[in-house]
Design a binder for this molecule. Structure first.
Ligand code: IPM
Ligand code: MG
Length: 365
């Protein structure tokens, strides 16, 4: 009997539940066909948790998240909760999980599947074979810096404050993740900040440079974040690993995602200290405008599950099986609405799930 794996599923809001339903079918398939023994827990996060418990993550769900091997999260947020205070907003549920589990390293791979080369908004030759890894710092910077808030001034004006702050140890640990990652890839790290205007950016640049001394085989270069955004759409294949802070990582990973054809394709992993819980989630949001219509692309969530298999459960064969099945289905011409191309077959969320399962059947040896 194989080792028992524990997983907490948090579908969240908008398209979260429908994409997660497809990931669940894959988990069941892995149990039935590969003997992987998962204990799956499920709870709410985000607006769904706010509606159920009055806060975006229940104490029970947080406690469970700390016990399990991994969390698989769908998406959070939606206009329904726009008026809610920041500390109770759907997004706060996600930020609490990242912070409480100390998930400081966010891996966001942007890989362009051959079959989707023409779905990108860039010319095919610019994205064909694209394979970038964005390493985003996830528990520091302006997302969490103090002071923060909106205050009333005596002159009747209001003032909004957020603080961008990084310490050496925060920069060092994320830099190590990036250099280690580059060692397993093409051996290049681009570090991105705004050292030309921000002290925190200058510190970032200096400390990343120090960490690089431990990695003589890795080539490091520095790129201002605005220039990096520009280079990502000009010549994206120049990049191997990009390491950057929380806010720039949020922006640059959306840009990188779009190069691959659709945000609906991109998985991510949020990792903490070795051996601790990790969280996996699609890079895209909750897409409330298409929720419940069977239009959502479940691939980013399914590929996030594949990342969990690789990084948490040490099941890289099964991760490859899922990735191979996704590739096969795309090559077979099936597309959800977000990646639809002329001459291809448009399918719903659940038909995409069915097809990936069938491809897994055929690839399973
Ligand atoms: C992401 C999202 C989140 C972020 C939101 C939903 C809080 O955009 O994971 O990229 O800003 O980190
Ligand atoms: Mg984002």
């Amino acid at each position: 009997m194989s080792k028992e794996h524990s997983l907490l599923i948090l579908p969240g809001d908008g398209i979260g539940p429908e994409i997660m339903a497809q990931a669940r079918r894959i988990i069941d398939w892995l149990g039935a066909n590969r003997g992987l023994n998962f204990t799956v827990h499920e709870d709410h996060v985000g607006g769904a948790a706010y509606d159920a418990y009055g806060k975006p993550l229940s104490d029970g769900a947080l406690a469970l998240a700390k016990q399990v091997d991994a969390v698989l999260l769908g998406a959070v947020g939606g206009p329904k909760w726009d008026g809610v205070d920041y500390d109770k907003r759907p997004e706060a549920g996600l930020l609490i999980l990242r912070k409480e589990l100390e998930l400081f390293a966010n891996l966001r791979p942007a890989i362009c599947f051959d079959a989707l080369v023409d779905a990108s908004s860039l010319k095919p030759e610019l994205v064909s074979g694209l394979d970038i890894m964005i390493v985003r710092e996830l528990t520091g910077g302006v997302y969490f810096g103090e002071p923060r808030g909106i205050e009333e001034l005596e002159n009747g004006e209001r003032r909004g404050v957020n603080t961008q702050v990084y310490t050496t140890s925060e920069i060092h640990r994320i830099a190590h993740v990036a250099f280690d990652m580059a060692g397993k890839r093409a051996g290049r790290v681009t570090s991105s900040e705004k050292a030309n205007v921000m002290e925190s950016g200058l510190l970032w640049r200096e400390e990343v440079t120090k960490v690089a001394e431990n990695y003589p085989d890795i080539a490091l270069d520095h790129m201002l974040a605005d220039s990096c955004a520009m280079q990502l759409v000009r010549a994206p294949k120049q990049f191997d690993v990009i390491v950057t802070d929380n806010l720039f990582g949020d922006l640059l990973s959306d840009v990188a995602a779009m190069l691959t054809g659709s945000l609906g394709m991109l998985p991510s992993a949020a990792l903490g200290v070795k051996g601790g819980c990790a969280m996996y989630e699609p890079v895209h949001g909750s897409a409330p405008d298409i929720a419940g219509q069977g239009l959502a692309n479940p691939i980013a969530t399914i590929l996030s599950l594949a990342m969990a298999l690789r990084y948490t459960y040490d099941c890289s064969a099964e991760a490859q099986l899922i990735e191979g099945a996704v590739q096969k289905v795309l090559e077979g011409g099936l597309r959800t609405a977000d990646i639809m191309q002329p001459g291809k077959a448009k399918v719903s969320t659940s038909v995409m799930g069915d097809s990936i399962l069938r491809a897994m059947d055929s690839l399973n040896t």
